[in-house]
Design a protein around this ligand. Sequence first.
Ligand SMILES: [Zn+2]
Length: 198
Amino acid sequence: MITNTTRQFLTVLISSITILWFNKRYRRFVLVPVIIIVIGFLLPQKMVIPVRGATTADWDVNSFWAYPWGSSITHKGIDIFNQRGTDVLSSTYGIVVYTHEGGKGGKSVMVLGPKWRFHYYAHLDEIDAFPLQPVKAGTVIGTVGDTGNAVGKPPHLHYAITTPFPYFNLRDTTAVQGNRKMFHLNPDTWLRAEELSD
Ligand SMILES: [Zn+2]
């Protein structure tokens, strides 16, 4: 589901550039999507911990890319533990891309934030968001739960960030699935820094 979103994003981007380029009438607009991408990268990012009242002590710093991790092979996010029903907050401003029910994530929400980063919130008890909804950092988008493959486990928010544009510096030749690390950002990196700066 996560990688599907970034793949679809790239497909739309590449096909729109291709269509503009090969249509002589519209070729002069070919830089429009490129400029939109650049603007997106320039947008500043300020993040909040996406569970109300949570601190950096509520997730395991080593859980990102933990292995082995069931059918996912590696754990491409962090699990923020809290009581069922606690508010799940959007960590950044952005736009809700989709809400979904079913599969490994259970009830889940995907938000596109600044720098073309996709923020994925899973195992929600309730979803409180709708597609194309604009959100701010701190907007309630659901509640902590144990849906999907978290059924029967302590309620937690699975929070993950993916990017359609690879970060080549994050490629890790020693880790399992290490090449994929270019497309999965560790939320801990920013959440810990934000807490220190407060
Ligand atoms: Zn998880």
